[in-house]
Design a protein around this ligand. Structure first.
Ligand SMILES: [Zn+2]
Length: 140
């Protein structure tokens, strides 16, 4: 499974992902690492979108945010916290949601839901940025 967090330990993680913006930047770098392709028309030309680190197709104007089609899309918690859960679960898949809840200071139920998504992602060996919207919906 290709996780984002290979070669990153907790110390490095906390230094690198200090705010939501850093997480967005990282996500956008990961999802368009090979190249940008518009999901609507297939064009590879883009310009900056309205939200931070989003991209807008110059041909059909379709805008894709950094989180769209990733497991972080539509998260109720902040991206920074969601990243931390993803990191901790990738690092130690058996971590309990109670431990996560204490560690990140969010409700256990929320941790449980999000952990389920990540686990599914690990099990299916799917890149966290390569989801289609309906696949993500099915996971919840
Ligand atoms: Zn397009």
């Amino acid at each position: 499974m290709k996780t984002y967090f290979e070669n990153i330990d907790l110390k490095k993680f906390d230094i690198q992902f200090t705010d939501n913006e850093k997480c967005l930047k990282f996500l956008s770098q990961q999802k368009w690492k090979e190249k940008y392709v518009c999901r609507k028309c297939g064009s590879t030309n883009f310009c900056k979108g309205k939200t931070p680190f989003s991209r807008r197709c110059t041909k059909c104007k379709y805008e894709e945010s950094a989180t769209a089609n990733t497991i972080f899309h539509g998260c109720k918690i902040t991206l920074k916290k969601a990243f931390k859960i993803a990191f901790l679960v990738c690092d130690k898949p058996e971590i309990s949601t109670y431990e996560l809840s204490r560690n990140i200071d969010i409700r256990q139920m929320t941790c449980w839901k999000f952990k389920k998504k990540i686990t599914k992602c690990i099990e299916s060996r799917t890149d966290m940025t390569k989801f289609q919207k309906d696949e993500i919906k099915k996971m919840i």
